[in-house]
Design a protein around this ligand. Structure first.
Ligand SMILES: [Zn+2]
Length: 495
């Protein structure tokens, strides 16, 4: 048995000014051929689960490519065609099954439904070959995706700590079909709901209850049940919440389940919205919480590079410094120029930098605004570490050349990186010599994924509303191509 195993993954924030080209895939991870196995066989990624399951089955693995870029702006035509072309060519060369590790929110210059188009091309070159795919919880699902694969499943956790489990689950569904044990049938339901990612954490309602129901459906015999929160920072027709179910031979059972989950989500639509808190009030709460001890987690969620943020917006960091918070570690600001300046000055040198603010954000009408800071270069590293926490376990993170900039007489230590990276693992601090447990405040450019590594040590978590292309206020973004009406942008009486 010959199985094509591949990963092609991107969450495209169409409002982000960061073009996603091949170099951006290479910065996070782009492997071809046998290097895919070396990079991912022992990881907690869906593709890791695929590789292990194929090895256990004694199947021949063909691994044309495994590519992922940090979330960002629209994928270039060249990057899309290069990566999709490698997978299509491998499948066209002949195989017995295809296992794909996808995101489900890829938008390319020439193709708004990146995954749907990839799956359509695969079906075109190999109409009879069974295909299974995992998608991220933030997938914007489409009819084309469903029509062109045999089994599609999404993560049930945010932060995404069950990636290998769902990879294993969907691959087994496909192998059981090949072995004649089951006949998977899918159904999906789209809900006109642009949910906020800050309201999609699976430890909180309403996702907690929805996921519990999906798990109960699987315990009762459904092969798979998924609730996709969707990715709202995408100006494409199909952005929004959806459900997808897989039943064994019974289309009516699949339909009833996907419709039930969709109805549950719609009934809770108000709870999928984030409520804005003025930053002055939020900083009051932070100071009160910090007085009890640390670490208190502060979230600069409007500039979360894990949703396509530029990671160099300095507004919230400036507010934290101005308010006089002490014993703060910031993870992390993207500014390769500042890292070079600090590297040239050397460890222990005192420097004045125009930090961050290098990326204009025309989609939200903002220019880049650096923060002028004087401080000490505390550390310089290569920015590499292996994830030990529960999300992306075993994957090597490369933040690029990295520095720690200590400002305000050591009150605030800022990790400055050369590659974009959302802090979801303690390694963002421990790899540069900062002990996160010992800090009173950890200011993270993150939304929910920080919970993977940091929730266990957080005394409290406070969201700080700044600005950026990952704003949690969807009304600040101008949608042109999104289907309308959609809640909460429009009044929608029935879905
Ligand atoms: Zn996600």
């Amino acid at each position: 048995m010959k199985v094509v195993v591949a990963m092609m993954k991107h969450e495209t924030n169409t409002f982000s000014p960061l073009a996603t080209d091949l170099a951006r895939f290479e910065a996070w991870g782009l492997h071809r051929g046998p290097a895919v196995i070396d990079a991912y066989a022992t990881t907690a990624m869906p593709i890791g689960a695929y590789i292990r399951l194929c090895q256990a089955r004694g199947a021949e693995i063909v691994s044309p490519v495994a590519a992922e870029a940090m979330p960002g702006g629209i994928v270039t035509r060249e990057a899309y065609e290069t990566l999709a072309g490698l997978i299509v060519d491998a499948v066209a060369a002949g195989c017995d099954a295809v296992l794909l590790d996808l995101h489900g929110a890829m938008v390319a210059e020439h193709e708004a439904d990146g995954e749907g188009e990839l799956l359509r091309r695969l079906r075109e070159v190999a109409p009879d070959v069974p295909i299974a795919a995992t998608c991220d919880l933030h997938c914007n699902l489409t009819q084309i995706m469903i029509e062109n694969c045999d089994a599609l499943i999404g993560y049930k956790t945010y932060p995404h700590v069950d990636m290998a489990q769902v990879g294993d689950q969907v691959a087994r569904i496909l192998f059981d079909k090949i072995d004649g044990k089951t006949w998977p049938v899918m159904n999906w339901t789209s809900v006109p709901l642009l949910a906020q990612t800050l309201a999609m954490g699976t430890d909180d309602e309403p996702m907690k209850g929805l996921i519990a129901r999906a798990r109960a459906m699987e315990a009762e015999g459904l092969l798979a049940a998924t609730v996709f929160g969707g990715f709202p920072m995408a100006d494409v027709p199909h952005a929004g919440l959806s459900t997808v179910t897989i039943a064994n031979r019974n289309p009516a059972e699949a339909a009833a389940a996907s419709e039930e989950l969709a109805a549950m989500a719609w009934a809770r639509r108000d709870d999928f919205l984030y409520r804005h808190v003025p930053i002055a009030d939020a900083l009051d709460h932070a100071l009160a919480a910090g007085a009890q001890g640390g670490p208190v987690i502060l979230l600069d969620h409007a500039d979360n590079c894990g949703s396509g943020g530029t990671q160099d917006v300095m507004g919230v960091i400036g507010a934290v410094i101005d308010r006089g918070l002490t014993d703060v570690a910031v993870g992390a600001v993207w500014d390769p120029v500042a890292v070079k300046e600090m590297a040239a000055a050397g460890v222990d040198a005192t420097v004045t930098l125009a930090l961050g603010g290098r990326t204009p954000m025309p989609s939200v009408g903002l220019g880049g605004e650096p923060l002028i800071l004087t401080g000490k270069v505390k550390a310089l590293t290569d920015g590499r570490f292996v994830v030990r926490g529960p999300m992306y376990t075993g994957v090597t993170v490369d933040m690029g050349p990295t520095a720690v900039f200590s400002v305000g007489d050591g009150r605030v230590e800022i990790v400055v990186t050369s590659h974009h990276h959302e802090p979801w693992d303690l390694g963002v601090f421990t790899s540069v010599g900062i002990v996160p447990e010992a800090k009173r405040f950890l200011l993270l450019k993150s939304r929910i994924h920080y919970r993977a590594g940091f929730a266990g040590l957080a005394r409290a978590t406070i969201t700080l509303d700044g600005y950026g292309v990952t704003t949690s206020d969807n009304t600040q973004l101008s949608y042109m191509d999104l289907r309308r009406p959609i809640f909460p942008l429009d009044r929608v009486n029935t879905p």
